[in-house]
Each structure stands twice: as C-alpha cells, then as structure tokens.
Design a protein around this ligand. Structure first.
Ligand SMILES: [Zn+2]
Length: 260
C-alpha cells in the first residue's frame, strides 16, 4: 500500500483500449498514486485491431499480446499497480450483461472511492468507448448499494480546451483530424465540466506512458511538438455523475474534493 495522504484509497478506471487510460487519465494516475492511492485500470479489449508501427515486429496475430504488455508498461510508468483486461473484441465490443457484471465484480471487490470512465459519446465516438461507458454506468447503478464508489466521473474533452489546441495547431500550420473525421474528439460543453485536474507536473510521465504504447506510433503523441504537449495533455477534465452536481457549484480541481 502506498504512503501519503491518500494511503488506502482506491480508484478504478474503466476503458476500452490500451492507451485510452493514458490519454484521458494518465496524469491523474501519476498524481494520485504519488499521494498513496491505488489505481486499478480495467481495460476491455487488448487493442488487437490497432495499427502496428514503431518498428514493432508484432503481427496481426500477436498484436493483442504485444499491446497487453505495452499497457502494463504504460501503467507501470504512471504508477497503476493493478491492470486487468476483460478481453472483448477490439472494434466489436458490445454492451453485454457479462461486461456489466465484470465491472460490478471489480467494484464489489475493491470498493473504490472513485470510479472513472469515458463520457457516453466515448470522447471520439468509437463504438467500443461508447459501449464501455454505458456498461460502466450500468455497473455503477448496480454496485452503488454498498456506498461505493463515493464519486463517479466521466472523462471528457472540454470544448474550450479543444479549441485552444486547434488554434495552437493552426498557428503552427499543423494539420490534424478534420472535424468530420469519424474519430475527431467530441467536445464536451464547458459548463458540463465538474472537475479539471492540472496534470502539468506529470506531463513528461504521461507522455512517456503514451509513447510506451509503441505499436501505436501514428498516434498524436508521436508527432505533436513537445512544447504543445501541455496544451493537449496538461489538464484532465471530468463530468461528475455522482454525487450529482449542485446548481452553481464551482468546478473542482481534485477528484477527491469532499472525501479526503
Ligand atoms: Zn480507445
């Protein structure tokens, strides 16, 4: 068990693919494990339908195994001690009773203080992301009788942050995804954001974790100029599902606000 103000506290993060955890939650994993919390990453797929780059000798047959190891490496860099893969098909993860129950089982086993998943549009509209978000919400409703998790958040990409990032790219003449691209991030309404955690102090570790997903070398982290990393990765934003946000409640800057 870690030492620090959050010793004995626990976070469960549920994602669809290896690397989702690092993009939307990597800085928080660094921050909270440094304070002594334990973080479990539950990933549904092995990412076996992803690209094979980075000079990797992975083949389509071995990519799932290779990406499982990459996920373990990334989580080690971030400080997450517990990495679990459920094993649904990459690109074919559907909302199922088994999937919901798998999350319920983890919640009942670990009784986390905090549960995190992607917001229901899946940030990039990827169908696996959407299925995992929906299953996590159903699992939360089922497992919460025990009083855990105390807080439940959706990781989201706020419109203001996405606009600032796009403006930064434009200034440098860097072309990225077209807003019509199927996986262009879906900006969340800025007013819906209930918590923004400043993860700039951990930006290098977050970038290292993303780069540890070596087969995914065409991902943004590998071409983004280093001095633009903060603009894209320096804040992690969340909508809060539980407890419900009160009218006029200001945004938190810490997932453990109120339960430290
Ligand atoms: Zn993904």
């Amino acid at each position: 068990m870690g030492e620090g103000a959050l010793s004995g506290r626990r976070i469960v993060a549920v994602y669809a693919h290896p690397d989702d955890e690092s993009y939307t939650f990597g800085g928080c994993i660094c921050k909270y494990t440094e304070e002594g919390a334990e973080v479990t990453v539950l990933t549904f797929t092995r990412g076996e339908a992803g690209t094979i780059g980075g000079g990797s000798d992975a083949t389509p047959e071995t990519l799932g195994e290779v990406r499982e190891l990459e996920l373990e490496d990334a989580c080690k860099i971030l400080g997450a001690s517990d990495v679990r893969i459920f094993g649904t098909p990459d690109g074919g993860t559907k909302e199922t009773e088994e999937g919901v129950q798998a999350i319920v089982d983890v919640l009942r086993e670990l009784k986390p203080d905090i549960l995190v998943t992607m917001e229901p549009h899946g940030v990039t509209r990827h169908p696996d992301h959407i299925a995992v978000s929906n299953m996590t919400e159903r699992a939360f409703e089922r497992a919460r009788d025990d009083g855990f998790p105390k807080k439940f958040y959706f990781a989201a990409y706020p419109a203001a942050a996405l606009n600032a990032f796009n403006a930064g790219l434009k200034e440098r003449g860097i072309k990225w995804l077209d807003p019509d691209d199927p996986f262009y991030p879906q900006p969340a309404d800025d007013q819906s954001i209930a918590c923004v955690v400043d993860v700039m102090p951990w930006i290098d570790r977050k970038a290292a974790a993303l780069i540890a997903h070596r087969t995914q070398s065409d991902e943004i982290i590998n071409w983004l100029p280093e001095d633009m990393r903060g603009l894209f990765l320096g804040g992690e934003a969340f909508q809060r599902i539980h407890p419900p946000r009160e009218k006029g409640e200001p945004a938190e800057n810490d997932l453990f606000t109120g339960i430290r």
